[in-house]
Each structure stands twice: as structure tokens, then as C-alpha cells.
Design a protein around this ligand. Structure first.
Ligand code: HEC
Length: 174
């Protein structure tokens, strides 16, 4: 019987520690549920895609309620490497005009990384959101040197602005 009590004396504190850890982790998940997509979407886990027009995407949450001015301010970091204008040149990154609804890696005359060339998905707000969290995690081996936008609300504002700024749906060839 003595042996049994000794074992219980070790188990009890271990159990208490385990419960504390579970409680700590549980609390953290609850706090960040809004900002942290779990598990994070990657190029390999996209699955079926819902492809709408830019204005249809813009009418949906969270983009319908987004702050376009904030999105425009944030987009300045993108325009250091990307033109968004119709007919704009490829810079360090490819021109982004009309990229929503298009297959990844298809801008003429831009030399993409192997990672982008081998990728197979269509750019939608959902995919762009995951890319912008951390491009290197979404698609390992890509060459876009960008740390990412950590806050989900900031990404929603930025994506809403990009939906308007790169929208090619009024062009004659569409
Ligand atoms: C430091 C330069 C740089 C910055 C800043 C940057 N990009 Fe890029 N971007 C690139 C490069 C380079 C590529 C091509 C990557 C490759 O080939 O692996 C790229 C690729 C992309 C693509 C894929 C385009 C396609 O044709 O499939 C998208 C979308 C994109 N960037 C969006 C953005 C957005 C939105 C921002 C701002 C938040 C941004 N980028 C900021 C350099 C940059």
C-alpha cells in the first residue's frame, strides 16, 4: 500500500501541471481565435475554390465593412514592388492589375520562382488572405520578400482596397 501512495504523490502534481498547461493553451486560443486561422491555409490545402467577380467579393464579409482608406495606406508597401495599373510594368514583382480570379503565376513577361510556377490555384480574397499572413509559409520557396500582415482586420482592409484598385471587370475584353 505504501508504494501506491508514493505513486499517487507523484501523479497528483504532474496532473496539476498538465491541467495548468491545458488551461493556459486553451485561454490563448480563445483570445486569438479572431486573428489566427487554424490551421493556416497553405497553397497545398486550398481545396475547392469559389471564384466570384471583384464586386461580388467586395459585397461579402469582411470586405463589405472594410476601411478602404486604411487599405490604400497599407498598399503603399505593395506598390514598392508591384504596379496595380492597367498595362503597368512588371517591377520587382509582377503587375497586379486584374489578378483576382486569375491563375497564379500567369503575368506575361515576369520571371517567377519555381514555387510559383509549380503552384496551381486561382487568386481569391481567401487565398490572398492566407498568402499575406506569411507568404513564405503559404508557399515555401516563393521569392516575395514580405514578412506578412499579422492582423486579420488590416488584411481585410488591404484586400478590399486591392479588389477595387486592380478590378478589370469594366474592361472591354471581359
Ligand atoms: C519586396 C518586393 C515585394 C513586396 C513589398 C510585395 N511583393 Fe508581391 N511579389 C513580389 C515578387 C518578387 C513576387 C513573385 C514571387 C515569385 O515568383 O516567387 C510577388 C508575387 C505576388 C503575387 C502573385 C502574383 C501572380 O502573378 O501570381 C501577389 C498576389 C502579390 N505578390 C501581392 C502582393 C501584395 C498584396 C503586397 C503588399 C502587401 C506585395 N505583394 C508586396 C515582390 C513583392
Amino acid at each position: 500500500m505504501k508504494g501506491h501512495y508514493r505513486a499517487a504523490a507523484i501523479v497528483a502534481p504532474t496532473l496539476a501541471l498538465a491541467l495548468t498547461l491545458v488551461a493556459a493553451c486553451g485561454g490563448k486560443t480563445g483570445d486569438s481565435a479572431e486573428t489566427a486561422p487554424t490551421p493556416l491555409l497553405t497553397a497545398a490545402t486550398i481545396g475547392e475554390q469559389s471564384i466570384l467577380t471583384a464586386s461580388e467579393f467586395l459585397s461579402q464579409a469582411p470586405y463589405a465593412a472594410a476601411n478602404l482608406q486604411d487599405g490604400q495606406n497599407q498598399a503603399r508597401i505593395c506598390t514598392a514592388c508591384h504596379s496595380m495599373a492597367k498595362g503597368g510594368a512588371n517591377m520587382i514583382g509582377p503587375n497586379l492589375y486584374g489578378f483576382f480570379g486569375k491563375q497564379v503565376g500567369t503575368v506575361a513577361g515576369f520571371g517567377y520562382s519555381k514555387a510559383i510556377e509549380n503552384a496551381d490555384f486561382v487568386w481569391t480574397p481567401r487565398v490572398l488572405d492566407a498568402w499575406l499572413v506569411q507568404p513564405g509559409r503559404f508557399l515555401p520557396g516563393n521569392r516575395m520578400s514580405f514578412a506578412g500582415v499579422g492582423d486579420a482586420g488590416d488584411r481585410a482592409d488591404l484586400i478590399a482596397f486591392l479588389l477595387t484598385a486592380t478590378d478589370d471587370s469594366n474592361d472591354d475584353n471581359n
